[in-house]
Design a protein around this ligand. Structure first.
Ligand code: NDP
Length: 292
């Protein structure tokens, strides 16, 4: 049977429309918009594009949007000062530092300095701890987007064996926690995992976030698996206007015929990340009214 192809563009568009309504409700109630700020240090090309898109979408939904672009030579202290200002700025309900940052800056120092209530990337250790404890918190956008896709496609998680490939702080670990809280039995794999294929073949839900082009092949997946490909790998391609094409971590042509459902790359998880950032921002805006 043909797999369900999970369309992240359609889900993200629907979600944005829901957020637009919520943003308008907030504006009507309080007389000013929900606000999102982004700090960009340096000019790493992919980051410039991501930041532009995040800012454009937030404006389109009626949010107040700020981009603070700093030169690559900016010191950690200077970024911390800006973070302190944004923490105290009542117009800004959520903000984040676009990664990666130049070598002189320690990401964890920045993430730890962001007010947890404004931490729309969900990377402040307070939010990470609350996620592990299954307490309300702002959560990393990409794994949150994966859970939203599973929900909106009515793909049940409870009781399933979910295998997460990758243990990064931004995808793998929060993903595993979210699946655990949704009552999956979770296995986390990484670069030191032995007999990887043996484990992935046991997955009923397989989330792949390793950053290795098409590493997951048909042999590694059992029939009927829900396959979520988080990978976004840029491959040089002179036939494309951009000069590159995006590939996932899953060999789609081999795996799709086996899968119950699968996300394509592009057009699967990718569009959900920005949508969840906007969702976290309006949530942070409402929460700011509850707490203060
Ligand atoms: P990281 O490089 O931070 O982490 C990769 C993880 O994969 C590590 O835990 C690593 O293990 C593991 N890994 C690497 N090679 C193997 C292997 N051969 N077998 C098993 N595990 C392996 O990457 P991210 O988590 O940040 O991103 C992963 C992918 O997701 C990338 O392609 C990235 O571009 C994409 N991404 C997409 C997003 C989206 O919006 N769609 C958002 C964020 C990321 P170890 O810990 O042992 O090194």
């Amino acid at each position: 049977m043909a797999p369900i192809v999970i369309d992240g563009n359609v889900v993200a568009a629907a979600l944005r429309e829901e957020i637009r309504v919520d943003v308008a409700r907030f504006q009507t109630q309080y007389g000013y918009p929900a606000g999102l700020a982004v700090i960009l240090v340096g000019e790493y090309p992919a980051s410039v594009t991501y930041v532009r898109n995040k800012s454009r979408y937030s404006q389109e939904l009626g949010m107040h949007s700020e981009v603070h672009q700093l030169p690559a030579s900016t010191s950690e202290d200077e970024v911390l000062q800006l973070i302190d200002r944004l923490n105290r700025d009542a117009r800004i309900h959520g903000f984040f530092v676009q990664m990666p940052v130049p070598a002189q800056i320690r990401p964890l120092h920045l993430q730890s300095a962001i007010d947890p209530a404004k931490d729309v990337d969900g990377l402040n250790p307070v939010n990470v701890g609350r996620l592990v404890l299954n307490e309300p918190c702002l959560t990393a956008c990409t794994p949150l987007g994966v859970i939203e896709l599973l929900k909106r496609y009515d793909l049940p998680v409870a009781g399933k064996h979910a295998v997460v490939l990758g243990r990064s702080n931004i995808v793998g670990k929060p993903m595993a926690n979210l699946l655990l809280h949704a009552n999956a039995t979770v296995t986390i794999c990484h670069s030191q995992t032995r007999n990887l294929a043996e484990i992935t073949r046991q997955a009923e839900i397989l989330v792949v976030a390793i950053g290795k082009t098409e590493m997951v092949t048909g042999e590694m997946v059992q029939a009927g698996t829900v396959v979520i490909d988080v990978g976004m790998n840029r491959i040089e391609d002179s036939s494309k206007k951009s000069g590159f094409r995006l590939t996932g971590d899953v060999k789609y042509d081999e795996v799709a015929p086996l899968a119950q459902a699968i996300t394509p790359v592009p057009g699967g998880v990718g569009p959900m990340t920005i949508a969840m950032l906007l969702s976290n921002t309006i949530r942070a805006a409402w929460d700011s009214k509850k707490t203060g």
